[in-house]
Design a protein around this ligand. Structure first.
Ligand code: SF4
Length: 379
């Protein structure tokens, strides 16, 4: 089964920290939608069109800049080309300032069954600092609407480790969100990307990034408060109540094939029994995309060794971990003696569980997942 990702690049305004591909030129929407529909149609009768689709994900940008009718048209176009009969998850990323009860009903009618809400924080001061388009009131209102409209599956994004954000302020954000019984939460430590407004503010020393110790304290608080509410960490940045783990993202982590549509979208294809896979992406350039979609520009051939390394990195970020059988059979990979020594050392330090058949990080190990993975891979 495959996943389909659609990149909708429109945003109301630019957030200070954002490094995604987006534009604030909403006037380009009609031409963009035409190109996206053309790209969808280009896969008619292709090897992608006969495989059942497991999940569809509208990301961005801000997909909720599209109207309900526009989603209906896009999902109709997808349904005319791909096999959506078994699609269990159709997610749309939404921003709080775009939602109304009517809009939520339209999304539902179009076939959307999961929302990903960009809350980030409830603090008016932090929202202004991040230049988010929504206010605290928008965030609260939209969560009330989602509850009232009976969306059972949704996730909220939170950002922590913000410059100047205290641990108490984060606790308040988490408590406020938990009041709405979220089935799923994605929480990210703010990263300062060089080519963003925030990056330039840091370079000019107008803003001081949160120090590593504080970020670690924030992570601890988050994990403990969410676990206390029954929302368990199942991946370094993702938390869910049982049964609400994201289908689409989980497919990325386990190397299932996915097709990315829209400017900047990535695709991945690995045929059974082949010892290499392909990854490619459309150019993140809207005028060029509108002129000649699809326009793949970066293509990468991945060897089985590269795939094994990726799988280790992604698998060790999940609470499920991975099995030795999977590594051996699908990736033709087994741990070297040096790696075994390293793994046993981490096990002694209670950073991971390993019984010779499966390997997974402990809660403590998750806090330093990147370091552990790198040390195992490079041994
Ligand atoms: S809404 Fe999302 S994609 Fe748009 S500018 Fe803000 S962070 Fe970036």
């Amino acid at each position: 089964m495959i996943g389909i990702y659609l990149h909708i690049p429109f945003c109301r305004q630019a957030c200070t920290y954002c490094d995604f591909f987006f534009t604030t030129r909403g006037g380009l929407k009609p031409a963009f939608l035409k190109s996206l529909t053309r790209e969808i149609s280009s896969y008619r009768d292709s090897e992608w069109s006969s495989v059942p689709v497991l999940s569809v994900y509208f990301g961005g940008g801000t997909p909720s800049r599209l109207t309900g009718d526009e989603f209906t048209s896009l999902l109709d176009a997808l349904g005319a080309v791909f096999n959506l009969n078994q699609a269990v998850e159709i997610t749309v990323e939404v921003n709080p300032d775009d939602l109304t009860p009517d809009y939520l009903r339209q999304l539902k009618q179009a076939g959307v069954n999961r929302l990903s809400v960009g809350i980030q924080t409830f603090s008016p001061e932090r929202l202004r600092f991040m230049n988010r388009a929504h206010t605290r009131e928008h965030a609260l209102q939209c969560l009330r609407m989602i509850r009232e409209e009976g969306f059972h599956s949704w996730t909220a994004d939170l950002i922590y480790g913000n410059p100047g954000q205290t641990t108490d302020a984060l606790a308040e954000d988490i408590e406020t969100l938990l009041d709405f019984d979220p089935p799923h939460i994605s929480a990210y430590a703010l990263t300062i990307e060089p080519h963003t407004r925030l990056g330039s503010m840091v370079r000019k020393k107008l803003v001081e990034p949160a120090d590593d110790e504080l970020v670690a304290e924030h992570t601890d608080l988050l994990v403990n408060m969410l676990a206390g509410a029954g929302v368990e960490r199942y991946e370094v940045s993702n938390f869910a109540r049982p049964g609400h783990e994201a289908v689409h993202n989980s497919a990325y982590w386990s190397h299932q094939n996915y097709l990315g549509l829209g400017p900047g979208a990535h695709s991945f294809s690995w045929k059974p029994d082949e010892v290499h896979a392909k990854r490619w992406s459309n150019k993140p350039h809207l005028p060029e995309y509108m002129e000649k979609s699809p326009n793949p520009h970066e293509k990468e051939d991945l060897t089985i060794d590269q795939l094994a390394t990726e799988r280790l990195m992604m698998g060790l970020r999940t609470s499920e971990g991975l099995t030795v059988v999977e590594l051996e059979q699908r990736y033709r990979y087994s741990f070297s003696s040096a790696q075994q020594v390293k793994i046993l050392k981490f096990r002694e330090e209670k950073l991971l569980n390993y019984d010779g058949a499966s390997i997974r990080l402990t809660g403590m190990g998750m806090l330093v997942a990147d370091r552990i993975t790198l040390e195992i891979i490079s041994s």
